[in-house]
Design a protein around this ligand. Structure first.
Ligand code: NAP
Length: 247
């Protein structure tokens, strides 16, 4: 029986690489997007061309009702989600003194509340099936303070504790909940700041591996967490950062 995977924000960046990896590994793959319909469809096409099954699905994970509708549709069309990857996220940088309330709410809603309520829906059916994998795409900033990223870091710190709470609470049902914390990965999220050679050089100075990684460097780790080889990995935070956190 094929397992069902849902990747939030699966149309672009890290989420697209994860969706493609899982889709090509045999999961029936749901590629969530909020705005990037064409990109999500392109990911599905690549999976289908490789012989897999994939569907795009629109939902703003910052909106509770959208999450409910998305899970209802997935459950009615293919059955409940076996593997949930909470990947959707935004990062808006500014000094702490400048953040307006609406940006605070937006980041909290998409990065943390969205992951929470997607997980809630997935855990309900995983618990019944006595099998499940929840993988949260966090960030090294869950622990590492960096100027101008206060709210982003807070959302990721919350995600890390959510990982640990759910891992403990649901382990008895054959469910694992883990977090993958990327360092610097080249995507639209940081494309603009990395266009500044001085900024890129500063980032590279802090990375022992001396390169900025690609989305696929995260996707392979996520795929491993879905396998039976990873059945005893639970409540773990896997840092994928070329050694950045060692500084
Ligand atoms: P990205 O290229 O900017 O892509 C962000 C993804 O999130 C897009 O697919 C986007 O889909 C989706 N998204 C945004 N708002 C959404 C919403 N309201 N509902 C559903 N989907 C939404 O960013 P990325 O670098 O791939 O980041 C993916 C995850 O990795 C994020 O959680 C980020 O915090 C984390 N991360 C990234 C890095 C890095 O260096 N890139 C480092 C650490 C952690 P739409 O276009 O459809 O809105």
């Amino acid at each position: 029986m094929q397992k069902i995977a849902l990747i939030t924000g699966g149309g672009r960046g890290i989420g697209a690489a994860i969706a493609e990896k899982l889709g090509k590994a045999g999961f029936v793959t749901w590629v969530n997007y909020s705005k990037s319909a064409e990109a999500a469809e392109a990911v599905c096409v690549r999976i289908r061309e490789a012989g897999g099954t994939a569907f795009p699905i629109q939902a703003d994970v910052g909106v509770y009702a959208d999450i409910q509708k998305m899970f209802d549709e997935i459950e009615s069309k293919t059955g409940p989600v076996d593997v949930l990857v909470n990947n959707a996220g935004i990062e808006i940088r500014m000094p702490a003194t400048d953040y307006p309330e609406e940006i605070y709410d937006k980041m909290m809603n998409i990065n943390l509340k969205g992951a929470y309520f997607c997980t809630q829906r997935a855990l309900r059916t995983m618990k019944e099936k006595k099998w499940g994998r929840v993988i949260n795409i966090s960030s090294v900033h869950e622990e590492r303070p960096t100027a101008n990223r206060g709210i982003y870091s807070m959302t990721k710190a919350g995600m890390w504790q959510m990982t640990r709470e759910h891992a403990k609470e649901y382990a008895m049902y054959g469910i694992t909940v883990n977090s993958v914390a990327p360092g610097a990965i080249r995507t639209d999220l940081n494309r603009k700041v990395l266009e500044d050679p001085a900024y890129e050089e500063m980032v590279l100075r802090n990375i022992p591996a001396k390169f900025i990684a690609e989305p696929n460097d995260i996707a392979g780790v996520v795929l491993f967490l879905t396998t039976e080889d990873a059945r005893y990995v639970n409540g773990a935070g896997i840092t994928v950062d070329g050694g950045l956190s060692l500084n």
